[in-house]
Ligand binder design. Structure first.
Ligand code: NIG
Ligand code: FE
Length: 443
């Protein structure tokens, strides 16, 4: 991977505006794109039902970028009849290549220290996720290591993950605290998120997940821990503006529906927007709760019931599906994606990157979504771009390639989007453009 500096802006003339000599600064053009997938907003934002599969790709397409924004999307010949390229404008020829919006990964847990590679053997021996957690492994093992780690270490770990995510085409992520589980270490984790967003080209959106597990010092006293979250953590997180969202791991044996509601209602009072991990292992009526709270997005949903799905459709909550997790837990069932689409609920996809399910690649998530949840390649790409942007309420700026939006895009070294799940387990990226700059270049 090479990192390039920002190209120097060059002023060029636009020809098509009623004799008016409008001047646009044009820095970068991508031309002769074999298949340009724009995620045009005319098919809905977010996309639901049949519109999730409606790619309407442009052949021999072109994108023009000025500063950090897109100023043209269309056919290559239209670009040249609209703009007169200047000799200093950088030109990328994308013959035989696929161009899509940058991936948005709307559910990750990248702030942690330590590894859990030993847990695969436990899983192979038949231990369940909750059994591993109850025996002091799982989340609690990561909590031990994360509490010991300095802020600098957490930032260093996070940077490594962000670099790899960007190499695989991701240009915006959401990430969470949740391995600190006390005031000091939850704040430390969110400070790491803040610093990563400032220092790294990736846009990193922050979520407070103090309710990820009950820490050992509160064992058997979950309600007291909930009280700590409500009375101390949430006010501090809000006051220091360290998070935009609040999340809870609502699951049997972790946080109940009643406790989840209490936490998220308190968070909402402080302006944090709600999202929830629901119905991953047991159906706790999480989908119904998500709808009742008007959650922006929910994670997992393997076991959600029909009543909950109907309510989520009404509430317009996005279902963020995380097929990497059942894959790593060797579960037989995945989230019922086809049924969720039939209900008219928009689906987003995310890696859920965490020490139990560690992948930086949205490409592998697209493959898992197609092979295990029966999404079509087009639906999976929609879920990884525009719908994922909606899951973070960032659809005005990212998730599609349209004039005025941020110039975040991927050039793949494959001819069309069907290759994304087809040629799986390898990186198909040729270049990544973030904020108008070529930040990854494998050519
Ligand atoms: O979304 N389920 C809860 N949280 C994460 C896993 C965290 C961990 O195992 O460390 C998830 O899968
Ligand atoms: Fe998660």
């Amino acid at each position: 991977m090479t990192v390039r500096s920002t190209p120097s802006p060059k002023r060029i003339k636009r020809k098509d505006v009623d004799n008016e000599d409008r001047i646009t600064t044009l820095d970068l053009i991508i031309i002769h794109i074999n298949e340009l997938v724009t995620m045009d907003s005319k098919y809905g934002v977010p996309r639901k039902g049949k519109n999730m599969a409606e790619l309407a790709p442009i052949h021999d397409g072109a994108v023009a970028i000025s500063g950090n924004s897109i100023v043209f999307v269309g056919k290559t010949n239209e670009l040249f009849s609209t703009f007169t390229p200047n000799e200093k404008t950088i030109t990328i020829d994308a013959t035989n290549r696929l161009v899509t919006p940058g991936f948005v990964d709307p559910h990750t847990h990248i702030i942690f220290d330590g590894f859990r590679e030993n847990e695969l053997e436990m899983k192979l021996a038949g231990k369940t996720y909750l059994e591993i957690l109850e025996s002091g492994g799982g989340i609690l093992k990561t909590v031990k290591a994360t509490r010991k780690a300095s802020l600098e270490i957490l930032i260093q770990n996070g940077k490594k993950i962000l670099n790899r995510m960007m190499e695989y085409g991701t240009t915006t992520i959401e990430t969470k605290s949740g391995y600190g589980l006390d005031v000091e270490n939850e704040i430390k984790s969110l400070l790491a998120v803040k610093e990563l967003n400032l220092e790294h080209p990736m846009d990193v959106i922050s979520t407070f997940l103090g309710a990820h597990a009950v820490p050992p010092e509160y064992e058997g006293k979950t309600d007291d821990y909930v009280e700590l979250i409500i009375s101390e953590m949430i006010p501090k997180v809000a006051q220091e503006e360290l998070a935009e969202f609040c999340d809870v791991f609502c699951e049997e044996g972790i946080f109940s529906v009643v406790q989840t509601k209490k936490i998220l209602k308190a968070a909402m009072k402080y302006g944090l927007k709600p999202q929830i991990h629901i119905d991953e292992i047991v159906d706790t009526n999480g989908a119904l709760l998500a709808a009742e709270l008007n959650a922006v997005q929910t994670g997992h949903m393997l076991k959600s019931n029909d009543e909950g799905l109907r309510a989520m459709k009404k509430a317009q909550t996005i279902a963020t599906l995380l097929p990497g997790t059942p894959f790593c837990l060797m579960m037989r069932d995945y989230a019922p994606a086809r049924k969720i689409i039939e209900y008219g609920i928009p689906i987003a996809l995310a890696t859920d990157l965490n020490p139990n399910c560690w992948t930086e690649s949205m490409q592998i998530i697209i493959a898992l979504a197609c092979y295990h949840m029966k999404l079509s390649p087009a639906e999976a790409l929609t879920a990884a771009t525009i719908n994922a942007a909606c899951a973070l309420q960032k659809q005005e700026h990212i998730g599609s390639l349209e004039v005025g939006k941020k110039a975040d895009l991927i050039i793949f070294d494959v001819p069309n989007h069907n290759f994304l799940p087809y040629q799986f387990g390898v990186n198909l990226v040729s270049k990544v453009i973030k904020n108008g700059n070529v930040v990854v270049d494998f050519d």
